[in-house]
Design a protein around this ligand. Structure first.
Ligand code: ACO
Length: 324
């Protein structure tokens, strides 16, 4: 027998306001056709004034707990992935913890940009498997609309706001590849690429929040190779392969990157969960948002093998294989 982090529930939250490509085209020199063709994005959600990352995260956490049929008091670990915290400190996770009415256990933020959810999942999984904690909320929550340069058409059309969460529980499993739970996680980073996708401000450097800057072509050039590489690591570690996958739930940055990665890995298009058209790139929130959509519409079911991957600023990248 071995301890595994089993997914007990999943939930998400999107701000009410929807910003379509057509509306963007009235503000900057762009078009629905250009955005759809290059990225697959048709619309994104934008947080309201006074609606913070912690508010989105708390709503997603409530939805995940309801899906799990659990009370917040049963949670003893909160790992929240975000690059757009409410404040420089304290961690947005403690605002969520407080909002849930919990004052036991631990809550902290983790920052790996678009790979944040995979990094948070791996971190929580390690804590649960080593026995330090019993039940974790793993959250990805972002308000990227707050760090965009709305005059830069090369970046502002790509991102959106939202949050998603999963509840993990430590459970004894047989120790086989058919176990339920997180079967393997693989994390990578390479700081040589840190200036290809970054925010040009921060407390220690400029004492400002700054705006997102990106060399889009450079990111694109590296994305597919890094993604497929770290997925091959997950396959090698488990003896599982593309044919075993029921659902591929990638970070939702760009449809072209997702399609090219699935193609290279020989994953059938019908197994790919796509939400980038409706959500845009919500960074650390994109995977749990997509998971939540596919669970709600009945695609992802108990026992399904789900492949997750992400790549983003740093660069950071990672993969996870989870049996639902
Ligand atoms: N609308 C219309 N034209 C635009 C827009 C826009 N929104 N943005 C840029 N252009 C123009 C450029 O000005 C340029 O015009 P020019 O030829 O007259 O100079 C032309 O389109 C081509 O610009 P490129 O930046 O070279 O366009 P490209 O084909 O590379 O597409 C894009 C840009 C979509 C950003 C692409 O590089 C990409 O998808 N990169 C991956 C980046 C990504 O997904 N990042 C997300 C964060 S990282 C992650 O999550 C993995």
């Amino acid at each position: 027998m071995t301890k595994r982090s089993v997914v007990r529930g999943c939930g998400s939250y999107l701000p009410r306001q929807v910003l379509t490509n057509a509306e963007l085209a009235t503000r900057i020199d762009t078009s629905d056709e250009w955005i759809v063709q290059r990225t697959g994005i048709r619309q994104r959600h934008i947080a309201a004034d006074g609606e913070f990352t912690s508010h989105l995260a708390l709503n997603a956490a409530h939805a995940a707990l309801a899906d799990a049929g659990m009370d917040a008091q049963q949670i003893d670990l909160i790992v929240l992935a975000t690059s757009t915290p409410d404040n420089t400190f304290p961690a947005t996770a403690v605002a969520v913890q407080h909002g849930l009415g919990i004052s036991h256990g631990a809550a902290f933020d983790l920052q790996a940009v678009c790979s944040g959810f995979i990094f948070a999942l791996a971190t929580a999984d390690n804590f649960l498997r080593t026995g330090g904690y019993k039940r974790a909320l793993v959250i990805g929550a972002e308000t990227f609309s707050r760090i965009l340069d709305w005059n830069d058409r090369g970046t502002c059309v790509l991102f959106g706001d939202g949050a998603g969460a999963v509840v993990l529980e430590a459970q004894e499993q047989p120790g086989k590849s058919f176990d339920r739970g997180v079967l393997t996680t693989h994390l990578r980073s390479d700081g040589r690429h840190k200036s290809k996708l970054y925010v040009d401000g921060g407390p220690s450097s400029t004492q400002t929040v700054g705006h997102l800057r990106m060399e889009g072509r450079e990111v694109f050039k590296h994305a597919v190779g890094m993604i497929t590489d770290v997925i091959e690591d997950a396959f090698a570690a488990t003896g599982l392969g593309a044919d075993d996958i029921d659902w591929f739930v990638p970070h939702q940055a760009n449809k072209r990157i997702i399609d090219a990665s699935a193609h290279k890995l020989h994953i059938a298009p019908r197994k790919v969960v796509l939400t980038v058209d409706l959500h845009g790139n919500t960074s650390a929130a994109s995977i749990p948002l997509a998971l939540s959509v596919a669970v709600k519409d009945g695609r992802i079911k108990k026992g399904d093998l789900v492949l997750l991957e992400a790549m983003g600023g740093g660069f950071t990248w990672g993969s996870a294989l989870v049996r639902w």
